[in-house]
Design a protein around this ligand. Structure first.
Ligand SMILES: NC(=O)c1ccc[n+]([C@@H]2O[C@H](COP(=O)([O-])OP(=O)(O)OC[C@H]3O[C@@H](n4cnc5c(N)ncnc54)[C@H](O)[C@@H]3O)[C@@H](O)[C@H]2O)c1
Ligand SMILES: [Zn+2]
Length: 350
């Protein structure tokens, strides 16, 4: 059974207390930052956590560009040159990209060293830094190489969100709404009530993180119930690639498409679809992202992208749909014609 590490919701003060414990004595720390978190987050981390004041640090490119074998090899090389042994602890200070890279690097260095995740984006705090999946990309295929290798510690410090750009906050909020839509109607309603452009409250960040932990604990290797977290992603991945939209925003549109289908196939109340659509429109308006409908020509180009998706088994498209908020059904088969009908109906969006 894969053992998930500790998640500390008490922020950097909790990390400071934790690293003073016996279990961490003798550890040497290397902090992995990207160019943004080096400037915006590293000073706060180092000034708040005594054990990290003597840490080394390595800077990697920001965003998806750090999830490559070349960057992983650079970090391994730096560790080797610095004489790092198995007492080395890697600390990821960044979004999901840095967290994925650091987990991957830690899993292979000297057959596995400890790592601590300090997520600095909303998406990473509530999703990417929880659950033990690590990954890099290869040959343009996202997350194609990786391990299940949970961090010893994950620290949730919402103060880092103060410098996060609005689009990144929007992406994180969409994934939180996704988590709530498949598990928790009360949290879902609370998230939809946040005025567009406002950050999520700390209690909601904690709630979304706890749900993700619970789902992961029930299905650490992603064979069953964890698939509910793919809600919105069958359409979302194709929209992300085709419209070149940030992942979280594309998933927001993908959820709208999945709700439209849920009304038709599983009897989801029309009103749920309508109120979600209004909320989504207001979120995109606040981010000043223009929306446009899909034409049949767009859809014919998106269908192959959907068929390439990992959730597509034996040529059939599979999708997570909702009977109601909090009641998902996984592996619902959908036909190409249902995809066409759904995307054509998404007027005024994307
Ligand atoms: N392992 C998992 O279970 C899992 C789950 C979901 C997503 N992911 C992965 O997570 C990645 C996306 O993560 P993300 O959305 O956090 O994006 P990201 O890591 O690419 O970060 C987005 C941008 O925000 C900047 N940034 C980070 N923190 C900041 C801060 N506090 N202030 C200012 N700028 C800051 C980064 O430098 C970057 O430019 C993808 O690679 C995805 O595959 C992994
Ligand atoms: Zn996602």
């Amino acid at each position: 059974m894969l053992k998930q590490g500790k998640i500390l919701y008490g922020g950097l003060a909790a990390l400071d207390r934790e690293l003073r414990k016996e279990a961490w004595s003798g550890a040497h720390y290397t902090i992995v930052v990207d160019e943004n978190t080096f400037q915006q987050c590293l000073p706060l981390l180092i000034s708040s956590v005594e054990a990290l004041q003597e840490a080394d640090f390595v800077e990697v490119p920001a965003g998806e560009e750090c999830k490559t074998l070349e960057v992983a090899a650079q970090v391994w090389q730096t560790l080797l040159e610095g004489g790092a042994d198995r007492s080395e602890v890697l600390v990821a200070l960044g979004g999901g990209a840095v967290c994925d890279l650091v987990g991957y690097v830690a899993a292979s260095y000297k057959r596995g060293i400890r790592h601590v995740l300090v997520p600095t984006t909303l998406l990473a705090m509530t999703d990417a830094a929880i659950g033990g999946k690590t990954a890099i990309d290869l040959g343009g295929v996202k997350n194609s190489i990786g391990h299940f290798y949970p961090a010893q510690l994950t620290i949730i410090e919402p103060d880092f969100l103060d410098t996060l750009p609005p689009t990144e906050l929007g992406c994180g909020l969409m994934e939180m709404v996704k988590t709530a839509a498949v598990t928790d109607p009360v949290l879902y309603q609370r998230l939809l009530a946040i005025p567009a452009g406002q950050p999520a409250a700390k209690q909601d960040i904690v709630a979304a993180g706890r749900i993700k932990s619970r789902v992961v604990k029930a299905d650490p290797y992603d064979h069953g119930i964890r698939k509910i977290l793919n809600f919105g992603h069958t359409f979302g991945h194709a929209i992300e690639v085709y419209r070149q939209l940030p992942h979280g925003l594309a998933v927001g549109i993908g959820m709208k498409a999945a709700m439209y289908l849920s009304v038709r196939k599983l009897g989801l109340e029309e009103e749920v679809y309508k109120s979600y659509s209004q909320w989504l429109t207001s979120q995109f308006a606040a981010l000043h992202i223009p929306l446009a409908a899909f034409t049949l020509k767009d859809i014919e180009q998106m269908l192959p992208l959907m068929h390439q998706d990992k959730k597509c088994a034996e040529g059939e498209l599979h999708c997570v749909l909702l009977q109601e908020i909090g009641a998902p059904v996984i592996d619902v088969t959908i036909s190409d014609n249902e995809v066409r009908d759904t995307l054509l109906a998404q007027k005024n969006i994307c």
